[in-house]
Design a protein around this ligand. Structure first.
Ligand code: NAD
Ligand code: MN
Length: 500
């Protein structure tokens, strides 16, 4: 029997006892991993152990796939009415709502994001996402296609089957919700792996999924390391589709594994190096706040982070001075302090990676205009950091840093900015700040990015698709578009009276 983590929160923003099952959730039961091993769960504010979770193995992935297939063939998939899937999903959303503070507190403890922002962004968005897809569950249908009066031809959008879902650590619950929402709505059965760095909310969610009353095997959770459990999911012959969010490097491996195994369908949400473009006719005060939110929100650990800030030369000096003052005012510290905007980075590895990029920026001749150093004596806190005097080929301009680090770059005119902004292997998002609608929209249309924000940044809705151009990924999550990731289209042709 797997253990349970019981924790008493006594913080300014949340008080209460929380219990989280620490096993794997397979076929509606909590179990230990096949090898009986565990993974340490670390608190990023101090580097100390929170608890240990059961570690899954490829054997456990096998068991989970079998359970999922069984559910798909009997109680789920085409055997469960859309209205019934919808009712269960709405029940899950109700339970998430009832436990929203608990989920936020677990996210803050495990990931280091602030309780306040977890509540406002992660948890509320996750609930909205599950409700949105609950609404779709009984509205999935094909088309009737005119071919000949002697025939009836139609399509069915059938659930694709057993799906694998691999989730990162930056938005643990939210990325899980983006993935299970469309999968459950369409009737797919799931084998999900949370990030080994942030498993606690996924474990708590599994408890809520159980409580909501989904049939056994519809949702299975296998904790584990990426190169073991993640790899086993990508390789598995019984999985029809894999959805992955994480690094471009691992995204490539997933595609390769899919190609080498059963050609499972792949969707990838990968990295970014998104531009924020500030024209000289922008509302400067608002542009400064949004550009700062664009890069510093979630400690810079957003795939869509606006890490390249391009400013028109006429307003560059004023922007930089006021943007720096705004940056200085962001309080970094305890995620449970209601005044903090920024907590620690997720792990020692990410801390080292980000500091490595800061060193490389200095070595390549850029100027650290603000920050660039550790904050405090323990944990993985890094000061918000602004680089200036960069060159286009520098690593800090080209590569995803995934921390609170931005480069502020001058541009001359509309053509110059489109060329500079598109000079990236990535194309996830972009933000444009201008009061001139023609200029803003013309620029937006020329940017090679899956999302363009105008006079705003980092805003997502469950009904608006999200995904990348270029090496930022393949496919779209959220919105109606995501449903097609989880359905297979079958064309049925009926002969009414054609004789051969
Ligand atoms: P990662 O890609 O290694 O991890 C993401 C998920 O993939 C985790 O669940 C992990 O266990 C799993 N995984 C790792 N190796 C795997 C494999 N071989 N097969 C299948 N699954 C595997 O990301 P990371 O190492 O934690 O972070 C590194 C960088 O990735 C970050 O600095 C950032 O640039 C990027 N990243 C992007 C996002 C995003 O939202 N796009 C999220 C996290 C990290
Ligand atoms: Mn953690």
């Amino acid at each position: 029997m797997p253990a349970t983590f019981v924790h008493k929160f006594d913080t300014p923003v949340f008080k209460g006892e929380v219990s989280v099952p620490l096993g794997l959730y397979i076929d509606g039961k909590w179990v230990d991993g096949a090898d009986g091993t565990t993974i340490d769960v670390i608190n990023p504010t101090n580097g100390k152990l929170i608890t240990k979770i059961a570690e899954g193995t490829p054997k456990d992935v096998d068991l989970a796939v079998k359970a999922a297939q069984r559910a798909f063939d009997t109680t789920w998939g085409l055997h469960a009415k859309g209205a019934d899937r919808s009712r269960l999903m709405n029940k899950l959303a109700d339970l998430m709502e009832k436990n929203a503070e608990t989920l936020s507190a677990l996210e803050a403890l495990d990931n280091g994001k602030t309780f306040k922002w977890a509540m406002r962004a992660d948890i509320s968005h996750s609930i909205a996402c599950i409700r949105y897809y609950a609404g779709w569950a009984d509205k999935i249908f094909g088309q009737v296609i005119e071919t000949s009066e002697a025939k009836l031809t139609y399509t069915r959008h059938e659930p694709i089957g057993v799906v694998g879902q691999i989730v990162p650590w930056n938005f643990p619950l939210q990325m899980m919700s983006w993935k299970i929402g469309p999968a459950l709505a369409t009737g797919c059965a799931i084998v999900l792996k949370p990030s080994e760095f942030t498993p606690l909310t996924a474990l708590y969610m599994s408890k809520l999924i159980d409580e909501a009353g989904f049939p056994a095997g519809v949702f299975n959770l296998v904790n584990g390391y990426g190169h073991v459990v993640g790899q086993a999911i990508a390789d598995h012959m019984g999985i029809e589709k894999v959805a992955f969010t994480g690094s471009t490097l691992v995204g490539r491996k997933i595609m390769e594994s899919a190609a080498k195994s059963n050609l499972k369908k792949v969707t990838l949400e990968l990295g970014g190096k998104s531009p924020s473009i500030i024209f000289d006719d922008a509302d400067l005060e608002e542009a400064i706040k949004w550009a700062a939110f664009g890069i510093y929100f979630n400690h810079g650990q957003c795939c869509c982070a606006g890490s390249r800030i391009f400013v028109h030369e006429k307003i560059y000096d004023e922007f930089l001075q006021r943007f720096t003052a705004h940056t200085k005012d962001l309080k970094v510290g305890d995620p449970f302090d209601p005044d903090c905007f920024q907590g620690p980075q997720i792990s020692q590895q990410q801390y080292d990676r980000i500091m490595g990029y800061i060193e490389s920026g200095k070595a390549e001749g850029a100027t650290v205009h603000y920050g660039g150093h550790r904050i405090g004596q323990e944990g993985y806190f890094i000061s918000p950091t602004i680089f200036t005097d960069t060159k286009p080929n520098m690593k800090i301009v080209q590569e995803e840093i995934f921390g609170p680090v931005c480069v502020v770059i001058k541009f001359k005119d509309d053509d110059d900015i489109v060329a500079q902004a598109n000079d990236s292997i990535y194309g996830l998002a972009a933000a444009v700040f201008s009061q001139n609608v023609t200029r803003a929209l013309s620029t937006a249309h020329k940017l090679r990015a899956g999302t363009v924000w105008i006079n705003i940044a980092n805003m997502l809705y469950p009904n608006v698709p999200f995904g990348g151009y270029k090496q930022s990924g393949i496919g779209r999550e959220l919105g109606e578009y995501a449903l097609s990731n989880y359905t297979a289209v079958k064309a049925v042709q009926v002969n009414l009276h054609i004789k051969l």
